[in-house]
Design a protein around this ligand. Structure first.
Ligand SMILES: Nc1nc2c(c(=O)[nH]1)N[C@H]1C(S)=C(S)[C@@H](COP(=O)(O)O)O[C@H]1N2
Ligand SMILES: [Mo]
Length: 326
């Protein structure tokens, strides 16, 4: 299996100090294995972003077997350059380049997450503590925004199931609601007089969806800790749903009895629903969802039902009206 972006091996990543990593990357470029990524973009990235200052993570790498089982095809990774500079993160601004520009305002260490609602006993946990109690894995997933563009991202995270095991929800818990940090000092759009959406950003899943092994709480990308623009230090990844369900910079996880109104549904319920399932046959009221623009590549590709993860999740929606699961 050949990925378009094949960087340092796991051992190199794990052992590298920031400086070594920088030199390894350079060597990698010189050797020409980087021909698949433009030298220009990686160099520009090294110069412009603090990605190399982000710490490597200890995780179980994604194997070829898992890739075949989950994705059923070899995916071409989107470049780091694109995934870290073309972002939706309204807390930092409404332009695609705003999150990268303003992300430095976000302080992610320490980072506290409160677990609330229908659980045996509510608690607050610091992220480092949480990470010592879960298994980090690498997963390469398709990522499809409701705006009809897509990427392929190598995440590092842990299965939401592991959070559920620690939180011990009661039998009353039917949904999980996640919230993004609310702090206008760190997230400047929260202080702005013009707000396109209500803050704090909230999203969620049914408990059944949260338990699907594909559902991750991600803390890294490309073998490193997440950058602010991608939702540092912890964000949701549900690859069969549109990007807006993948809530960033989470500091509250509540288990609740009733379906609730997430941010985008509250903003415009005719266009963005609670489910947000990727479905090429269910058009957005203002555009078709049949095709997607693959960031970093020419042309468009056909969008897959449930973003290509139907084998793992279609059973959740059997018998339901697909036109209502947007
Ligand atoms: N808190 C928060 N989470 C968010 C958003 C946001 O504006 N705020 N945007 C969503 C949308 S619309 C998309 S497409 C993805 C983008 O993730 P990426 O920038 O890491 O690709 O984040 C989602 N999570
Ligand atoms: Mo999105």
């Amino acid at each position: 299996m050949q990925f378009k972006y094949k960087a340092l091996n796991d051992k190199e990543y794990a052992q590298a100090t920031d400086e070594q990593l920088f030199h390894n990357r350079r060597r990698f470029l010189k050797l020409g294995t980087g021909a698949l990524v433009s030298t220009l973009s990686l160099d520009a990235l090294l110069a412009e972003t603090n990605y190399d200052k982000v710490l490597p993570l200890d995780f179980k790498p994604f194997t070829q077997e898992e890739n075949q089982k989950i994705n059923q095809e070899t995916l071409t990774l989107t470049s780091i350059e694109d995934t870290t500079s073309y972002n939706n993160f309204y807390e930092f601004g409404y332009g695609k380049s705003d999150p990268k520009k303003r992300g430095h305002l976000l302080k992610t260490k320490p980072w506290y997450i409160s677990i609330e609602g229908e659980v045996e006993k509510p608690f607050t946990i610091e992220l480092t503590d949480l990470l010592s109690q879960v298994n980090l894995v690498e997963r390469i997933y398709r990522f499809r925004c409701v705006e009809a563009w897509s990427m392929v991202i190598p995440w590092i995270g842990f299965e939401f199931n592991e959070l559920i095991a620690l939180a011990k929800p009661t039998a009353k818990a039917k949904y999980v609601r996640l919230s993004t940090l609310y702090d206008p000092k760190q997230m400047p759009m929260q202080a702005s007089s013009f707000q396109a959406i209500a803050f704090p950003y909230q999203e969620g899943l049914t408990m059944q969806e949260a338990k699907i092994p594909l559902t991750l709480l991600a803390v890294g990308m490309y073998k490193k800790e997440l950058l602010a623009q991608n939702g540092a230090p912890i964000r949701l990844v549900v690859p069969w749903k549109y990007g807006y369900k993948n809530i960033k910079s989470i500091n509250k996880i509540e288990f609740v009895q009733e379906q609730f109104m997430p941010t985008w549904e509250a903003e415009n319920p005719k266009e963005y629903g609670f489910y947000g399932n990727v479905d090429p046959e269910v058009s957005h009221p203002r555009w078709s969802q049949a095709y997607e623009r693959v960031i970093g590549q020419r042309g468009r590709k056909k969008t897959l039902y449930l973003n290509g993860y139907q084998k793992d999740v279609a059973h959740l929606y059997a018998g339901l009206d697909r036109s209502k699961l947007y």
